[in-house]
Write a protein that binds this ligand. Structure first.
Ligand SMILES: NC(=O)c1ccc[n+]([C@@H]2O[C@H](COP(=O)([O-])OP(=O)(O)OC[C@H]3O[C@@H](n4cnc5c(N)ncnc54)[C@H](O)[C@@H]3O)[C@@H](O)[C@H]2O)c1
Ligand SMILES: CC(C)[C@H](C(=O)O)[C@@H](O)C(=O)O
Ligand SMILES: [Mg+2]
Length: 430
């Protein structure tokens, strides 16, 4: 028993004025309407321009395949969990006939400190030219009072927009081993398996106008704009319907259409797209009710589709059903080109540098990268399996610690996953 990630067929159960921003940090705009065709899930991603489908594009090396992965350790616990995830991938590669070429780049606070830019040009270019990107987390107290365009978060938003990864898939699965780590009662948490499909490159994060100003009384104000086009809603809805179709066949669209015009358009477009998916049961829910229902009865949800900001908040809420935000990976994808894979948690500055971070969300993000970014399903499932074995063996970081379990740090948890991985490999190879 263990985690199942995206694929139900998986074998493993396992305010600055915009004009002053560098061009790539300006809001992302979608140019053409309704032209995005969504392949059936699991998605196979194309590399930019010259190469075609990823699973077919890996360079042949000896008897294996070679992939170029950009790694963005970022800030806070980022470097600690990145190291662990890379150790896992390095251990896995030879057994699976995969060679990884890792290229480390700067993002966020680390990039601000080194070159005065949260998203250096060469980072974005390397990411766009890679087979996939593995990101840990950015941000921290040190940069919290920087002006908006010099905040680490601006680098992350610029990266997502620059890569065009509009669909953020955040699975929240309660593993049997961690049911008692959930803050909810066992009967409420057990068996939860939700996929949150979050729109990632639009909405209030990117809408114009935004900034600081003064009202007619001369009082300082600040403002942001929630804006969605039909094409932006249409394409994320199609991704969500495709995913729902491969799961329980139930899609809940979450909005605030009783108040917000942008949500009224959202609901209308999702309903229209739903006509192309008669096999999927579509429901709508207001976000305030959804926040409550997620805690009251999370098992009512199968697939959720929602906008950028509601998806951000609801996925953090959903993570606590599973025991810890340190468990949740994510994949940010588009219909072609490299994907971005990252845990949903942040840089956890309160525990950074103390070897206390849970590296499992990062390790599971690496598994998502393999499965959905590179089409390396078997390798991904080995990692998922190794994680569940490690939990079965009783190892826990502080955030998921329970009576009778063995408390370990970030590095030791990684070592246990590698040990489990090697055990699986021995079973496979004998
Ligand atoms: N994708 C990202 O890079 C990302 C995501 C969220 C927040 N952030 C940034 O991270 C910084 C801190 O934000 P925050 O404190 O609101 O959120 P956070 O997710 O970093 O931390 C919230 C709480 O969860 C704990 N936590 C998070 N990840 C953990 C892990 N792997 N193992 C154990 N405990 C873990 C932290 O210790 C903290 O108590 C901010 O600068 C924020 O902007 C970045
Ligand atoms: C750091 C921040 C910009 C980011 C977001 O809001 O998308 C984070 O909270 C996340 O969930 O990845
Ligand atoms: Mg968040």
């Amino acid at each position: 028993m263990g985690a199942r990630l995206l694929d139900s067929n998986s074998l493993a159960y396992l305010g600055t004025p915009t004009a002053s921003l560098p061009r790539r940090l300006r809001p992302f705009t979608v140019s053409s309407a309704s032209s995005v065709s969504i392949p059936s899930f699991p998605l196979r991603f194309r590399r930019s321009s010259t190469r075609s489908v990823v699973s077919a594009t890996a360079e042949a090396v000896g008897n294996g395949r070679k992939y170029r992965i950009v790694v963005l350790p970022g800030d806070g616990i980022g470097p600690e969990i990145s190291k662990v995830a890379l150790d896992v991938l390095r251990c896995l590669g030879p057994e699976e006939g995969i060679e990884f070429e890792f290229q480390e780049k700067l993002l966020g606070g680390a990039a601000i400190d080194a070159v005065g830019d949260p998203l250096p040009d060469d980072t974005l270019e390397a990411c766009k030219d890679s087979d996939a990107v593995l990101l840990a987390a950015i941000g921290g107290y040190k940069w919290d009072n920087n002006e908006p365009c010099l905040r680490p978060e601006r680098g992350l938003l610029g990266l997502r927009a620059g890569m065009g990864v509009f669909a953020n898939l955040r699975p929240a699965i309660v593993l049997p081993q961690l049911v008692d780590s959930s803050t909810l009662k066992r009967e409420v948490a057990e068996g939860v398996d939700i996929m949150v499909v979050r729109e990632l490159t639009g909405g209030i994060y990117f809408g114009q106008p935004k900034g600081f100003g003064k009202n007619s009384d001369g009082e300082p104000i600040a403002f942001n704009t929630e804006v969605y086009s039909v094409s932006e809603i249409d394409r994320i809805a199609r991704v969500a319907f495709e995913i729902a179709r491969k799961r329980r066949g139930e899609l809940c669209s979450i909005d605030k259409s009783n108040v917000l015009e942008a949500s009224q358009l959202w609901r209308q477009v999702v309903t229209d797209v739903g006509k192309d998916y008669p096999d999927v049961k579509l429901t709508h829910m207001l976000v305030d009710n959804a926040a409550m229902q997620l805690i009251r009865d999370p098992k009512q949800f199968d697939t959720i589709v929602t906008n950028n900001i509601f998806g951000d908040i609801l996925s953090d809420e959903a993570s606590m059903l599973t025991g810890s935000i340190g468990m949740l990976p994510s994949a940010s994808v588009k219909t072609s080109g490299p994907g971005l894979f990252e845990p949903i948690h942040g840089s956890a500055p309160d525990i950074a540098g103390q070897d206390k971070a849970n590296p499992l969300a990062m390790i599971l993000s690496a598994a998502m990268l393999l499965k959905y970014g590179l089409g390396e399903k078997q390798a991904a499932e080995r990692i998922e399996k190794a994680v569940t074995i490690t939990l079965d063996n009783g190892f826990r970081t502080g955030d998921i610690m329970a009576p009778g379990k063995k408390l370990v740090g970030c590095t030791a948890m990684g070592e246990q996953v590698i040990k489990a991985l090697q055990a699986i490999e021995r079973v496979y190879s004998h």
